[in-house]
Design a protein around this ligand. Structure first.
Ligand SMILES: Nc1ncnc2c1ncn2[C@@H]1O[C@H](COP(=O)(O)OP(=O)(O)OP(=O)(O)O)[C@@H](O)[C@H]1O
Length: 256
C-alpha cells in the first residue's frame, strides 16, 4: 500500500485567499476525481502534487516521507503527470515519445533496452495508438495525442497517476476505454487522481471526489457522499436534474 498525502496543504493561486487547507490521502486502489469550475485551481493542485509548483503552505508526503526530501528521479518513479495540453518541445515520433516514460528508470546516458521498448509498445497498444508508432506526434489529431500522453504515463509506470482532464479531445468510445484502463490500473494497485469536467464520467468511474470551489473552499470524500445535487449545483452555479443509470447517478444540466 502506498499513499501520497497532503498535510494542511494550501495551493498558491495568485491573489486568492488561502481557503481551506487540504489533508488528502491518495491511496493504492483509489480512483479520485477532482471537480470544479474553470479557474478553481484543479491544475494548480495537480502541479503542486507533482512537485512542479511550490505550495503556499503545508507539505506533501509519499508514505510519510516529505516529497521535498526525495530526488526528482525517485519521485518520477513514484508519481507521473499527464498535462492538460502539452506543447511538443521538439519533433518526435509516437514511439520515441512513449519511451520518454522510461527515462526515470534509466541511468544517465543508458539507452532504452528491449524491455523498455516492449513496455512502450504494450502501452501504445492499450491506448489504441500502436499503429501510429512511427508518426510524428505533431501530425496527430487532438484525441490521438491525448492517448499518446496517457500511453507515455503508462510506460513510465509510476505508482500514482496524476491526470489533468485525461478524456479531453477523446470520442465517446475512447473516453470509456481510458476510464476503464484507469480503474483497471487502480484495481491492480495504482492510485489514480484526475481532474475532470465531465461530472458523469466522475460519477460512473471515481470512488473518491474532491470538490474545488473558486473561493478556495474544498470538500472531499467517498463519491456517493460528494456527488449530491445541492453541492454540485453550488459548485457549478448550474441547476441539475438527476436520474439513475446502471446504479450510478447521471446529472443533466437544466435549461436556463
Ligand atoms: N502564473 C499565474 N499567475 C496568475 N494567475 C495564475 C497563474 N497560474 C494560474 N493562475 C490563476 O489561478 C487560477 C487557477 O488556475 P487553474 O489552471 O489551476 O484552474 P483550473 O481549475 O484547472 O481551471 P480549468 O478548469 O479552466 O482548467 C486561475 O484563475 C488562473 O488564472
Amino acid at each position: 500500500m502506498q499513499t501520497l498525502s497532503t498535510r494542511e496543504l494550501v495551493i498558491d493561486i495568485p491573489g486568492r485567499a488561502d481557503g481551506y487547507p487540504l489533508d488528502l490521502a491518495i491511496k493504492s486502489g483509489q480512483v479520485w476525481g477532482v471537480l470544479g469550475p474553470n479557474g478553481a485551481g484543479k491544475t494548480t493542485l495537480l502541479h503542486t502534487l507533482a512537485g512542479l509548483r511550490s505550495p503556499r503552505a503545508g507539505a506533501l508526503f509519499l508514505n510519510d516521507v516529505p516529497t521535498a526530501k526525495l530526488k526528482r528521479r525517485a519521485l518520477s518513479q513514484q508519481l507521473g503527470l499527464v498535462f492538460q495540453d502539452r506543447q511538443d518541445g521538439f519533433p518526435a515520433t509516437v514511439l520515441e515519445t512513449a519511451l520518454i516514460g522510461r527515462h526515470p528508470w534509466l541511468a544517465p546516458w543508458q539507452m532504452e533496452g528491449a524491455d523498455d521498448l516492449a513496455m512502450a509498445e504494450r502501452s501504445l497498444e492499450a491506448l489504441d495508438v500502436l499503429h501510429l508508432k512511427n508518426r510524428l506526434v505533431s501530425t496527430l489529431s487532438g484525441g490521438e495525442r491525448q492517448r499518446v500522453a496517457i500511453a507515455t504515463l503508462m510506460t513510465q509506470s509510476p505508482h500514482t497517476w496524476l491526470l489533468d482532464e485525461p478524456t479531453n479531445h477523446l470520442d465517446l468510445h475512447h473516453q470509456v476505454a481510458v476510464m476503464k484502463l484507469l480503474t483497471d490500473r487502480a484495481a491492480a494497485g495504482n492510485a489514480i487522481f484526475m481532474c475532470l469536467h465531465d461530472l458523469n464520467l466522475a460519477a460512473r468511474w471515481c470512488d473518491h471526489i474532491l470538490l474545488m470551489y473558486p473561493n478556495g473552499e474544498t470538500c472531499w470524500g467517498p463519491a456517493e457522499k460528494m456527488l449530491v445535487p445541492n453541492a454540485l449545483e453550488r459548485l457549478y452555479n448550474q441547476q441539475l436534474a438527476t436520474v439513475e443509470v446502471d446504479g450510478a447517478p447521471f446529472f443533466v444540466p437544466k435549461r436556463v
